[in-house]
Design a protein around this ligand. Structure first.
Ligand code: CAA
Length: 416
């Protein structure tokens, strides 16, 4: 019933990460996933599992207490955890989303102070970019950070904070200069319990129900200058975008894991289910359906690995590949999990069986960390830039001093 990776395509380190994540998932996640989904309780016991299998170190650089496994090893771990529970997969992955801003843009002192406790699993971290009125148009955020003699005072709210309340550290984006739009956004590192920082309402979600998603509020929240990420104002938006480029393959890996988990269950069910005197799996219609599902999952997986490897090797212009992996894997997960419910027939629609949870968990992968419409926008803009003979295209967007000299298609008013 278990999916077997093509081990020849992976390194010994990759296979070790995958094996540890698989064992952790089977012992600490799968047996409890249905209960967490029903009660929406936080899976603290499985956080202990992640620590026991040393999985928080995976993506953190070696010099800061990590394993230096990069995005590919992160994706392998997320996929295996998500095969057992999509909610738990993202609960793990958002720690990478929260810490990439520090890895990419922190000062050496900030990296030294904040990354080792995350690597050791002592502190969980979350990412605060979206707001009630600022979702796809992330540059329009309104949370304000006003400069004071001894630091910055934050006022405003954040929305859709995954792992909110449970996390100890929050990477928070706020405007230090509203007159400069996106170029006035800065990032701050703030700990739970900091005066003026309030964990707000918890959302009642359709899926990924073991992960708390909260509003955050900042009420005259005074933070020190050492909490300004990178020690510089105005670099927050580019930092958030570069972070999302690294984190989107992990959402794609969550989608691949979900889809694979659903396919594994559907095949086992169809094999045991007898109708018209034979196993449902033996019908050609079923064979064609599972062949299609498996082929799409494998294509999505290899695209995730390609995007992750490109990021780890420092390839240029990787935002396009990261977006492609997220679009393709999440659309695949939605299609595969829906077909898996169909293969279970009436039982698939029942909470007594584990399969409908996969379909509910899959839906969010098409929405968060940038809707799939935003991903298509990112891909389309990259293709537009590549279509002109512009040497700036060969450099990462963050390195450019000015915007590309081509017409940019407008942002679509869609989704989050
Ligand atoms: N890397 C570095 N810099 C980048 C960049 C990248 N990938 N993409 C853009 N930038 C820079 C540009 O160079 C530009 O810099 P200058 O101002 O110096 O010229 C600046 O950022 C603005 O770029 P754009 O004009 O392209 O920005 P835009 O306003 O048109 O927005 C967008 C582009 C792709 C739509 C972006 O807003 C976006 O990704 N939106 C979706 C946001 C998102 O994913 N939110 C999810 C948050 S996390 C979550 O879901 C919850 C959770 O906890 C899981």
């Amino acid at each position: 019933m278990s999916y077997r990776p093509i081990s020849e395509l992976l390194t010994a380190e990759n296979l070790d990460t995958l094996a540890r994540a698989r064992e952790c998932a089977e012992k600490f996640v799968r047996p409890f996933a249905a209960e967490w989904d029903r009660t929406a309780e936080y899976p603290w016991s499985a956080i202990e599992g992640l620590k026991r299998y040393d999985l928080f170190r995976v993506w953190i650089p070696k010099e800061y207490g990590g394993a230096g496994g990069g995005v590919l090893n992160l994706c392998l771990a997320v996929e295996e955890l998500s095969r057992a529970c999509g909610g738990f997969g993202v609960l793990y992955a958002v720690n990478a989303l929260g810490s990439f801003p520090i890895i990419l843009g922190g000062t050496p002192e900030q990296k030294e102070a904040w990354l080792p406790p995350i690597a050791a699993g002592e502190k969980l971290i979350a990412f605060g970019l979206s707001e009630k009125k600022s979702g796809s148009d992330a540059g329009s955020l309104r949370c304000r950070a006003e400069k004071k003699a001894d630091g910055y005072t934050l006022n405003g709210t954040k929305k859709w904070n995954t792992n909110g309340g449970a996390a100890d550290i929050y990477t928070v984006y706020a405007s230090t200069d509203p007159s400069r739009g996106g170029r006035g956004i800065s990032a701050f590192l703030i700990e739970k319990g900091h005066p003026g920082f309030v964990i707000g309402k918890r959302e009642d979600l359709m899926g990924i129900r073991c992960v708390p998603v909260h509003e955050l509020a900042f009420e005259d929240c005074l933070v020190g200058r050492h909490q300004l990420l990178g020690g510089r104002e105005g670099h927050g938006f580019a930092n958030a975008m570069a972070t999302l480029d690294r984190a989107r393959p992990a959402v794609a890996a969550q989608a691949v894991g979900l889809a694979q988990g659903a396919l594994d269950l559907a095949i086992a069910y169809a094999r045991d289910r007898q109708q018209f005197g034979q196993s449902v799996l033996s019908f050609q219609a079923t064979q064609f359906l599972i062949a299609e599902m498996a082929t799409r999952i494998e294509a999505a997986r290899q695209l995730v690995y390609a995007a992750a490897r490109a990021l780890d090797l420092g390839a240029r212009n990787v935002g396009k590949l990261a977006a492609m992996s997220k679009v393709f894997a999440s659309d695949t997960a939605m299609e595969v999990t829906t077909n898996a419910v169909q293969l279970f027939g009436g039982y698939g629609y029942c909470r007594d069986y584990p399969i409908e949870k996969y379909m509910r968990d899959a839906k969010i992968t098409q929405i968060y960390e940038g809707t799939n419409q935003v991903q298509r926008l990112v891909i389309g803009r990259a293709l537009t830039r590549e279509s002109v003979d512009d040497p700036k295209v060969e450099r990462p967007v963050a390195d450019r001093e000015e915007a590309p000299d081509v017409a940019t298609p407008p942002t679509m008013p869609v989704g989050a």
